[in-house]
Ligand binder design. Sequence first.
Ligand code: FES
Ligand code: FES
Length: 155
Amino acid sequence: MTEFVLQVNGASMRVEAPAEESLLSVLRYRLNLTGTKYGCGEGECGACTVLLNGKAYRSCRVSVAAAANAGITTIEGLERHGVLTPVQQAFVDEGAMQCGYCTSGMIVEATALLEENPQPTEEQIVARMNGNVCRCGTYPRIVAAVRRAAEGGRA
Ligand code: FES
Ligand code: FES
């Protein structure tokens, strides 16, 4: 076991874990941040997406050791003082979820997209969100939510 001090959602969190343990596992099972979901465990579904220094990463494919020097943001760290971000609010307004299992990863991925490209085209939204799997097939409403957030909530 190795002791790490992770910067998660603006707070320093001390945790002991094997250096090769996935960031996803550490977040969920050692830090109790269960908003980040386990889907495939192989980097293919996007359910586990978090931000590392503002960029989207599959936390199932990042070791805790590799994440130790990054600023980590999970779905729990997006809202501020109970106020949802524009992306979160747009997902609510569009009803862009059914079971909700993919939603954390979708919102984090969309947050990274709009940070990199605040005015994406429809094609760019589809291409980017295509890497995140929704078993419920809510894709049209997810795309609409990202468009709504990009348009400042006026979709
Ligand atoms: S659980 Fe990480 S990409 Fe599927
Ligand atoms: S809403 Fe169920 S997996 Fe996307």
